[in-house]
Write a protein that binds this ligand. Structure first.
Ligand code: AMP
Ligand code: ZN
Length: 131
């Protein structure tokens, strides 16, 4: 391995994983989570502090910091995330009653975890506009 490769591999990113990122740790199994769905690129799990009877977090296993990090290269991934969301809505029995998909980005939206994630929230009536 070249010096440059060795350096970049030992830095923050290592095979799409960001050191110290809690959702990367869930994706790799380092931190436990209540898994709702998993395939080779996506994992979904119950939110640790649910805001509704159904509150699932859907993430790409690869570290992307947020919605602004999405580009054409992730077209298939994003389609597959929404396919997973549909499956989760069915599994959690909210496909008829309704549910909300939320992506917080940045400070004003209150994004707490800097790894792209989709909240799937349902099981109760929600208000609009959100707070
Ligand atoms: P956001 O504010 O959009 O960044 O949302 C982050 C979400 O991740 C919050 O709803 C947290 O409750 C949730 N969360 C943080 N740590 C964990 C964890 N270890 N397992 C499950 N959900 C988590
Ligand atoms: Zn991450």
């Amino acid at each position: 391995m070249s010096m440059r490769n060795r350096e970049s591999r030992s830095k923050d990113y290592n095979g799409g994983v960001k050191v110290g990122c809690i959702f990367c740790d869930i994706a790799s199994g380092k931190i436990p989570a209540k898994k709702v769905y998993e395939d080779d690129k996506i994992i979904a799990f119950d939110d640790i502090a649910p805001q509704a009877p159904v509150h699932v977090i859907v993430i790409p296993k690869k570290h992307l910091s947020g919605i602004m990090a999405i580009d054409d290269k992730q077209a298939d991934l994003i389609t597959n995330i929404f396919r997973a969301v549909k499956g989760i809505a069915k599994k959690k029995n909210v496909e008829s009653s309704g549910f909300r998909v939320v992506v917080n980005h940045g400070k004003d939206a209150g994004q707490a975890v800097e790894h792209l994630h989709f909240h799937v929230i349902g099981g109760r009536a929600m208000e609009w506009p959100p707070g």
